[in-house]
Design a protein around this ligand. Structure first.
Ligand code: NDP
Length: 245
């Protein structure tokens, strides 16, 4: 499906690889100016810039979990951009362990990046969107937040937290024509799940009704739809893209 996002400015956190890269790429191809943010991997960020050098791409390196860094990013953003139409809170990490063995640092890191990062970015994004009375915030959650996979208490708590955050924020900003939704991807073939042992991959695939992992483009497809003006009546909800998991 074709969308026209000419003249739109879009921020995709973790937009330089995996699911975020697919979302950023689709917005670029539909004409948007995209700022793809990342944490530390300069090599993939530079590759992304090179690959899309004919498009309106820039990258920004900062930690979404760090409030001061996020504020500095938006200070700079507002000097160089007239508006912000879309924020995709996609940056995320996993540090799996059973609760009894989970170092408290791993608990905090996963909550900070996945959940606090969503709050930090959304807080400044809505300031940009309010004045223009239009905006789309899309948060990438996970079925783990709903189902609670063993060994993922930190990740499940963060991802469930994003769903609650989305519902509250959607009610706060609805009058300004800003929608806030989640996409919940099932198992998507990216580096995030490359460490899963082969027997677990086999077990997970057999539990998915369509019997395979998804692709990043399965998620970007839904992000394009949620961003569109035609999706203005969808807010505060989660779209599951899980192959029926
Ligand atoms: P990847 O590991 O492939 O990419 C993660 C991206 O997030 C990278 O660009 C990374 O930057 C960035 N990032 C990580 N930590 C931070 C931080 N503190 N500040 C800023 N950026 C950060 O992940 P996926 O593409 O697989 O996942 C994207 C989202 O989708 C995540 O929220 C994940 O939880 C969710 N998800 C993924 C599923 C899957 O099966 N893949 C399933 C369900 C949900 P850098 O490159 O610099 O490290």
């Amino acid at each position: 499906m074709k969308y026209n996002y000419e003249d739109w400015t879009v921020i995709v956190t973790g937009g330089t690889r995996g699911i975020g890269k697919a979302i950023a790429s689709d917005f670029l191809k539909q004409g948007a100016k995209v700022i793809a943010t990342y944490f530390g991997n300069d090599e993939t960020a530079n590759q992304m810039k090179e690959e899309f050098k004919e498009y309106k791409i820039s990258t920004a390196k900062f930690d979404v979990a760090n409030c001061e860094e996020v504020e500095a990013f938006f200070d700079d953003f507002s000097k160089h951009n007239e508006s912000l139409e879309v924020l995709v809170n996609n940056a995320g990490i996993r540090k799996d362990n059973i609760v009894g063995m989970m170092p408290s640092q791993d608990w905090h890191d996963v909550i900070s990046t996945n959940l606090t990062g969503t709050y930090n970015m959304s807080k400044y994004a809505i300031m940009q969107m309010m004045g223009k009375r239009f905006g789309r915030i899309i948060n990438i959650t996970s079925p783990s937040g709903k189902m609670g996979f063993a060994g993922q208490a930190n990740y499940a708590a963060a991802k469930a937290g994003q769903v609650g955050f989305t519902k509250s924020l959607s009610k706060e900003v609805a009058k300004r024509a800003i929608t806030v939704n989640c996409i919940s991807p099932g198992f998507i073939d990216t580096e995030l799940i490359k460490d899963l042992p082969a027997d677990l991959v086999k077990q997970y695939k057999s539990s998915i009704p369509v019997k395979k992992f998804g692709k990043p483009s399965d998620i970007s497809n839904v992000a394009m739809f949620l961003a569109s003006k035609e999706s203005s009546y969808i807010t505060g909800t989660t779209i599951e893209v899980t192959g029926g998991l």
